[in-house]
Design a protein around this ligand. Structure first.
Ligand code: ADQ
Length: 471
């Protein structure tokens, strides 16, 4: 086998890395490339000032980081436009927030072509290519057009909605079926894979046997690979980090109150506004807890140039202020609302100090915060995870308190239940969750995906008499 080539929208170039970062994909890809030599290809994160854009290469720890800048136009149309204002909301079931423009779609296709053109310069015939996420759906098609017959896999980190929603995407018939140019298409959950499979059947007339589709003379396999974290390393980090002076200061500042923690990118999919309402309802209906809990919500700003993000920033900031005004005392602030990012070690320490992890996205591909919270707990005295049933993580984390984030009563009740939960039950739930996360950690996830990609039969003939193209 040749090299492993990972392609994603953003590349975390080591020199430019800062200790505090927000973004699950970067965490996942870094861990995958750690034990293999290979290439990580994608956008540098910079917007070019000059018109001629060349790729840059940095080699670090046997990994070649090859990046290119985006032009101002690309950044506007591809990144702020089609990926973040059309694909992100629609794939998160928020059709109401999608802002389509033909120009942004052209920008999206153009950047995918640019990526393919630059990749063409570095690819060898036996390289294994692993493409990440919704920014790059048409990339395999652009590579195939340039004659590349490599095995190419795609993993979608975010949800895949049912065809009834996917078809609201203007030009879906041009974009979604282009995923069939990959050899393997991976999803976070069985529901996501099933939704995509239904799309292919309904909209493209394709039929599968065990999620294997035949398209012309090629085969594409759909499978489920729930992304994990570095469970053991995170547990170890949390053990050490809880002693960090900053974390200790936070613990001291609680003066014995139970800590409830929420950590998210400031994004409408994360359900922070609904969560605040549920917390307010909890304070209203379970008055015995007033003055005895502190809810720390860390919400790092993201995609600030997009109006919907500015709007929720306003909404959440004022809701937190209003609830503090209504329920706070001179010596107690119910909600500590913070916009700055923290390093993973600080987060690990804070997770460990928290009696409750409140993870209630309205829709989430996986949600790594849920897994990080569990990994960070003290096995002797673990906290309780409250988890939205609409996070991909809920498929594995069945021992969490699963809630409907749209139902404030269910979330408020779960907060009370978590705070009052006896030690024996907390331990049982933690043991069962930690076991699942230890087994399916990030190394396991990457190894499974790559093994599946390497093993896939390429030609339809290799599948025997499988069902082929439908009508
Ligand atoms: P994200 O939407 O970025 O990822 P998530 O899975 O929650 O969401 O990952 C967030 C990562 O960023 C975690 O490692 C977390 O610790 C870190 N993070 C979040 N807020 C932070 C803060 N305030 N300070 C520092 N770090 C912070 C996408 C999908 C998810 C999917 C991942 C991985 O949307 O559903 O789980 O990719 O596949």
């Amino acid at each position: 086998m040749g090299q492993l080539v990972i392609v994603s929208n953003r590349v975390g170039i080591p020199e430019k890395n800062v200790s505090a970062r927000a973004g699950g994909l970067e965490v996942a890809v870094k861990a995958t490339l750690q034990d293999k030599s290979g290439i990580w290809f994608g956008w540098s994160g910079k917007v070019a000032t000059q018109t001629k854009i060349a790729t840059q290469k940095v080699v670090h720890d046997k990994i070649a980081y090859i990046t290119l800048d985006l032009s101002k136009e690309d950044h506007h149309e591809y990144y702020n436009g089609f990926t973040n204002r059309v694909l992100w909301p629609i794939l998160h079931y928020r059709v109401d927030l999608a802002e389509f423009s033909r120009r942004d779609l052209s920008g999206y296709l153009r950047v995918n072509e640019n990526f393919a053109r630059e990749l063409h310069e570095v690819l060898e015939p036996d390289d294994l290519i692993w493409v990440h996420d919704y920014h790059l759906m048409p990339l395999a098609k652009a590579l195939r057009r340039r004659g590349h017959k490599n095995r190419i896999g795609f993993f979608l980190h975010i949800p895949c909605p049912p065809p009834e929603i996917l078809t609201t995407l203007p030009n879906h018939e041009r974009l979604i079926p282009s995923l069939c140019e990959y050899d393997l298409v991976g999803f976070q959950t069985g529901d996501d894979a099933f939704n995509f499979s239904r799309y292919l059947t309904r909209e493209c007339g394709l039929h599968s046997r065990d999620f294997n589709f035949v398209v012309a003379d090629r085969k594409v396999r759909i499978d489920v690979f729930p992304v994990g974290i570095e469970t053991a390393a995170f547990a170890d980090l949390a053990r050490r980090s809880v002693r960090l002076p900053f974390v200790q200061r936070v613990i001291t500042s609680l003066v014995g109150r139970a800590l409830i923690i929420g950590v998210d990118r400031l994004d409408y999919s994360k359900g922070i506004a609904n969560r605040l309402s549920a917390f307010e309802l909890f304070l209203q209906t379970q008055a015995q807890w007033r003055g005895k809990v502190t809810y720390l919500q860390i919400a790092t700003k993201s995609r600030t140039e997009i109006p919907e993000y500015a709007a929720i920033e306003q909404e959440i900031g004022s809701a937190a202020g209003r609830i503090n005004g209504a329920y706070g005392e001179a010596d107690w602030t119910p909600i500590r609302y913070i916009n700055r990012p923290y390093s993973h070690s600080t987060l690990a320490g804070l997770y460990r100090a928290a009696r409750v992890g409140l993870v209630t996205p309205l829709r989430d591909g996986m949600n790594l915060v849920a897994k990080e919270y569990i990994a960070s707990q003290n096995p002797e005295d673990p906290g309780v995870l409250i988890l939205s049933r609409f996070a991909g993580a809920a498929h594995e984390c069945k021992a969490a308190l699963l809630v409907n984030p749209y139902d404030p009563d269910s979330v408020a009740a779960a907060i009370g239940q978590a705070l009052a939960m006896p030690l024996a039950e907390r331990r049982d739930r933690y043991d069962s969750l930690f076991k699942v996360l230890s087994h399916n950690d990030i190394q396991h996830w990457a190894a499974r995906f790559l093994a599946a990609l390497e093993q896939e039969p390429r030609a339809a003939s290799e599948l025997g008499e499988m069902a082929s193209l439908g009508s």
